[in-house]
Ligand binder design. Sequence first.
Ligand code: FES
Length: 88
Amino acid sequence: MEASITHKILICLGSSCHSRGNAENLKIIQDFVKERDIATAIDFRGHLCNELCKRGPVIEIDDHVFEEVTQSNLPSILRSHFDKATCI
Ligand code: FES
């Protein structure tokens, strides 16, 4: 039986977030999803600016908004969130 989508990741691809780190963060998330083989459980989408530019780069995971997400802190954000998740 195929897993159904149980988690949502939204990455801001507005120009500010994209240029300040979300271009690289996008690849980190793609690699994380691939390594964990959880693509079928994740609804992963980009979205445009939601007016939080000054606190960007912004990434939303299951309705938690993470601000100032960098290549350094993103791996621990992902591990912390998905290690706690019980449904994947
Ligand atoms: S560009 Fe991401 S919040 Fe504005």
